[in-house]
Design a binder for this molecule. Structure first.
Ligand code: SF4
Length: 358
């Protein structure tokens, strides 16, 4: 059905580990590694926060209206059930409205009936109608998806619909356990895994916000999961999938030599950064471009002693205050990141200043 000569990660378990950065390295989560590709400081903060985090990903980003694991059969079943509920709710809503409005002209006792229709039955009817619309829309996308341009061993980065993968035969499963590799000290769990037969497992990660573009951090993240899948299971992982924030669009990134070397390089750089600690040069340089503007670690919050305190590695940090505001990154690296909220506050202050001047 598909070729079995996939390019794979090759790690020799018999080869002794000599890299001093690796020997001294803590277990690195895939999430922290990809943060470090986005910004070195973000990687360090994320690693320091990991003790507080759970393994479960926050329920953000694309959800495909909750139908990510649906096939045609499940869509048909759900459409029939929702259609029935929608018709029932609409009839009930219309009946209670008419009864309430007509009855109210005779007696005030009918007013609660009209109120019940407006408050309870109406939203129910609206919700089932909306779900029905989404179900029909996504089933249409599934049925229209064409697998002609898709190969199970892709040779290039490719943008396509999620439904192409489902139509091709990939089952979407929720991974149970963390994937962990003690040799390279990497651990993580992708959002979902696409399974084809018994020997192909493909990691899926999501982009929580922003445009439908990918950055190097997404490539590193997916290659890290491909690596973990190949190390922890007997399956091959020929590519990874990044699912975008909205709609059904995703991008597939081949597990080839070029992308694997991006992963190894990022892992080496992050270990070196951790090894050198606060003296690491990359931590002393402000990140390029406007990365801080949308970064959660740089989001300023009003300081309230004992309530908003930054805790990293189990320790409370002294707040680095900027006009009564502080942030995780500001406290950790003693500076004021240019977050979009800070820029908006500065803009507002200068407007107030100008209007006071006039
Ligand atoms: S606020 Fe800026 S410097 Fe700090 S972690 Fe985020 S991107 Fe990096």
């Amino acid at each position: 059905m598909y070729p079995d000569d996939f390019e794979t990660f090759e790690v020799d378990d018999d080869e002794p580990v000599e890299d001093p950065f690796l020997v001294a390295s803590p277990m690195i989560r895939v999430h922290d590694l990809s943060e470090s590709v986005f910004c070195s400081r973000a990687g360090v903060i994320s690693l320091a926060k990991s003790a507080e985090d759970s393994d479960t990903e926050p329920n953000l980003g694309p959800k495909l209206s909750g139908f990510w694991n649906f096939d045609e059969h499940r869509f048909n079943e759900a459409i029939n059930q929702t259609l029935l509920k929608s018709v029932l709710m609409s009839v009930l809503f219309a009946a209670t409205c008419i009864l309430g409005i007509v009855g109210a002209t005779y007696s005030v006792i009918w007013i609660p009936v009209a109120y019940f229709a407006a408050r309870w039955v109406g939203p129910q009817a609206w919700r089932s109608g909306y779900r029905l619309f989404n179900l029909v829309l996504e089933r249409r996308r599934l049925l229209q998806a064409s697998c002609d341009d898709f190969a199970v061993r892709p040779t290039k980065v490719q943008y396509l619909s999620w439904w192409v993968l489902r139509r091709f035969g990939f089952e979407c499963i929720l991974p149970d356990d963390l994937l962990s590799d003690d040799r390279e000290k990497v651990v993580g769990k992708p959002w979902r895994i696409l399974q084809l037969g018994d020997d192909i497992l493909v990691p899926v990660v999501r982009k929580h916000r922003g445009r439908n573009t990918r950055g190097p951090q997404h490539t590193v993240r997916l290659m890290a999961y491909c690596y973990l899948i190949e190390r922890c299971t007997n399956a091959k992982s020929p590519f990874g999938v990044l699912l975008f924030n909205s709609g059904d669009q995703c991008v597939i990134i081949p597990n080839d030599g070029e992308h694997r070397s991006e992963f190894w390089e990022a892992l080496h750089d992050f270990r070196e950064l951790l090894y050198n600690g606060p003296n690491a040069g990359a931590l002393l340089v402000d990140p390029p471009g406007s990365r801080c503007s949308g970064c959660e670690f740089g989001r300023p919050r009003k300081y309230r002693a004992g309530v908003t305190t930054t805790i990293l590695d189990g320790e409370e940090l002294a707040p680095f205050l900027d006009d009564g505001f502080h942030s995780d990154c500001g406290d950790r690296f003693c500076w004021c990141p240019l977050h979009s909220n800070k820029l908006a506050r500065m803009e507002k202050e200068s407007e107030n200043f100008r209007s006071a001047d006039v």
